[in-house]
Ligand binder design. Sequence first.
Ligand code: APR
Length: 264
Amino acid sequence: MGLDADALNRASALISQSDIISVLSGAGVSAESGVPTFRGEDGLWKNYAPEELATPGAFRRDSRLVWEWYDWRRGLIRDCHPNPGHYALARLALGPKRVRIVTQNVDGLHEAAARKTAGDGDPTPALPLELHGSIFRVKCTSCTYKVPHREPIPTETAEDLPRCPVCAGLLRPDVVWFGESLDPEVISEAFEVAQASQVCLVVGTSALVHPAASVPMATHQAGGSLIEINPTETPLTPMAEVSLRGTSGKVLPLLLDEMNSRGT
Ligand code: APR
């Protein structure tokens, strides 16, 4: 893989010296689990038009089509499991340091890794802050009803689409679509912890979608360090103290091992 040993060394030193660490993750951290990215080679947005599938307008125009596409993605993700990258971040977050995992991903794999790694212990420190919601949750388009939902969605006709048991409104995936705002509490917590962090690990994101991509900048502007883990450069690369050019499923476990070999 030819990972730069010196860079790995500097990255683990930075993490070892830090008390508060934030992580911003993107689709790349789940790529090795089989979840398609958005803008990579076979990325979703290479094959599908986001304006027809991931906007409130698209859902108003054709909710059956949108649900059909989300149901397909849910089916694909349902069979995916966390990879060594997710587990390494869970171990880091369940360790002695204060770590906050902030994710753009809606696939639930960080949470699955947190629960598995914690075993009978408390997974809370490793449960992610989900900036863009969860594909395995539905919410009502009319009232505040919102619940976890993993079963397949019937999409033969618009009449088959799921309805709210409280107000009969149409249910939609509880994800943030283009043109929609993020939950203000969630995004402000993300900026708060990033600002307080000595290090922000930026893992598997193209850093093109805001406000998520601005979260690591809060660490940088507060004098903290960015460590980027991505096979390719991103707009955050110039701000990164260390860039590890490799896949997160391989690099993150190595980073944890390097840290542990330092006894921290
Ligand atoms: N390990 C680490 N990084 C990887 C890997 C891997 N195995 N595979 C790909 N990458 C990198 C790519 O080089 C790219 O920079 O992950 C990044 C994935 O970028 P995107 O597909 O743009 O995904 P993301 O940054 O999460 O997108 C942000 O855009 O479409 C919206 O709401 C959606 O949350 C998403 C947001």
